[in-house]
Design a protein around this ligand. Structure first.
Ligand code: FAD
Length: 470
């Protein structure tokens, strides 16, 4: 038994207050329950509480605090840094808070704090509606939204936080509050980008938008064409700056030797764009016609498809358990020099699984002011991620070093900071530079709602007036 194991009396005290159950290191389901998406993360919590409702979340928060335990909060478990789990911690596992209630008349969805993106898409898609989320359906709504949330609808409808109307939270003192533009406004401001620093969100209320068929899919070129195609991509995005239906993220990534990928791509790293045009078919075809004409793609799977199909497409080849190492930047301008660096690191890619993605975060997201929510970089055009990925733990150093040196060379060409949801363990300076002028206000809100920094398994914002060392 670990010296930090919970005593039987403590476990009894906790379970007596729960509708859900507790998974302990001695339980058969523990190994599976402690795993997260990133196979590099190998942490052993003292207990995993499978919360069934807000009451269970309150009991778990109170228990961790009163017993001096670290508290981790887990939704989809997708976070690259593994922030849904911590050694010797009590984990509030929200995976059973999965209800989604769509109100088609008012175009909103009430979403449980443990939902995955695909579950919400499924429920809202039945009404031809969608909330703007990320591109992989197994990602948790909780972590993604609280950090910002970018995806195919970002240029058209903004970040996930720009479509958030209200949250219900359990705070560090165990109390339950609602935060919105009308109540607890400071908290509502902070949770829109400030991550899980302020409490456990048990439900989200999102605005929805009509989305059904989109003109979407990958258009890929040879890796040797990266510098040329990235330069053209920059021009195409600039030409469509005010056309928010026009969305495409640039990528460099490979295709493993697996049958479900087209034969001609297996084992190769390529460059390309994953498009999602939300206008009419006619508008979409016209917008993409000069792109197709410029250089014949090696693969062109761009076609009308349901938004739900698109949302489930990108994650199909990314099973849980791969090793991931993330680095991130906010990009204002793609200079010729930066493009050359991208092309260089594409050639040096350590594995076919590794990716570079440039996600547009302008358009509607750029029309929100930098201090209106915690997400500060509203002038950014792209959120960039350089992720070394491989199934083999033996390649851990290779993928880590590639991401780090890629980032080190490109960071001087960025705006500073980086998307907190795509960081690893960069530390306080990087977190501060991500929030810039919003950091002090976030630290004040943290001091009000979590003065002892109970919620610290996250990209941590330190309380402005800590009552004890944290
Ligand atoms: C393959 C992959 C694809 C991705 N694609 C995108 C994308 O398209 N767009 C994008 O914006 N991001 C994307 N991300 C990043 C993603 O947003 C983060 O990994 C995010 O943290 C995942 O959220 P989660 O709930 O699954 O994570 P978890 O590991 O469960 O949690 C992450 C953090 O959020 C906190 N948290 C989670 N839920 C709650 C809650 N209900 N209340 C309070 N705190 C909570 C946790 O405490 C933890 O600190 C991607 C990541 C991966 C690995």
């Amino acid at each position: 038994m670990s010296k930090d194991a919970l005593h039987e009396s403590q476990i009894k005290e906790l379970t007596a207050k729960l509708r859900g159950c507790v998974v302990l290191p001695s339980d058969p389901g523990y190994e599976e329950a402690r795993r997260v998406h990133n196979g590099m993360i190998d942490r052993k919590p003292a207990a995993i509480v499978r919360c069934m409702d807000a009451g269970d979340v309150m009991a778990t928060v109170n228990f961790a605090r009163d017993n001096g335990r670290r508290l981790a909060v887990r939704c989809g478990g997708h976070n690259g840094a593994g922030l849904g789990v911590a050694d010797d911690a009590v984990v509030a596992d929200l995976a059973r808070l999965r209800g989604v209630r769509v109100d088609p008349e008012h175009r909103t969805a009430r979403v449980g704090g443990g939902c995955l993106l695909g579950e919400v898409d499924h429920a809202t898609g039945a009404f031809g509606l969608a909330a703007p989320f990320g591109i992989i359906s197994t990602t948790g709504v909780g972590g993604l939204t609280l950090g910002g949330g970018s995806g195919y609808l970002t240029r058209k409808h903004g970040l996930s936080i720009d479509n958030l109307r209200e949250v219900d939270l359990v705070l560090a003192d165990g109390s339950f509050v609602t935060a919105s533009e009308r109540q607890n406004q400071d908290l509502f401001w902070a949770v829109r980008g400030g991550g899980g620093n302020f409490g456990v969100v048990t439900s989200f209320l999102f605005d929805l938008h009509p989305v059904s068929t989109v003109y979407a899919g990958p258009m890929l070129w040879r890796l040797e064409d990266t510098a040329e195609m990235l330069t053209k991509y920059r021009d195409w995005m600039a030409e469509h700056e005010d056309d928010h239906d026009f969305y495409g993220f640039f990528l460099m990534q490979g295709f493993p030797l697996e049958d479900h990928f087209p034969e001609e791509l297996q084992g190769k790293t390529v460059c390309g764009v994953l498009w999602c045009h939300t206008g009419t078919l006619d508008q979409a075809e016209k917008a993409l016609e000069p792109i197709r004409a410029y250089k014949k793609p090696a693969l062109d799977w761009v076609a009308p498809m349901s938004y739900l199909t698109l949302q489930s497409m990108a994650g199909a080849g990314l099973p849980r358990g791969l090793q991931w190492y993330f680095k991130a930047d906010f990009v204002g301008e793609l200079t010729d020099d930066a493009i050359e660096i991208h092309a260089k690191y594409g050639k040096k890619s350590p594995s076919v699984w590794s990716v570079m993605h440039l996600y547009p975060v302008d358009g509607a997201a750029g029309q929100v002011g930098p201090s209106e929510t915690a997400w500060s970089y509203r002038e950014a055009k792209w959120s960039a991620v350089y992720a070394g990925v491989d199934p083999n733990p033996g390649y851990r150093d290779a993928i880590t070093n590639w991401s780090r040196s890629y980032w080190q060379e490109l960071h001087p060409y960025s705006l500073g900071g980086g998307y907190i949801n795509m960081m690893m363990d960069e530390g306080e300076d990087c977190i501060r530079s991500t929030y810039r002028d919003n950091y002090e206000r976030l630290a004040d809100v943290k001091a009000t709602y979590d003065p002892d920094n109970l919620f610290n398994v996250n990209q941590n914002i330190k309380p402005a007036r800590a009552t004890r060392p944290v």
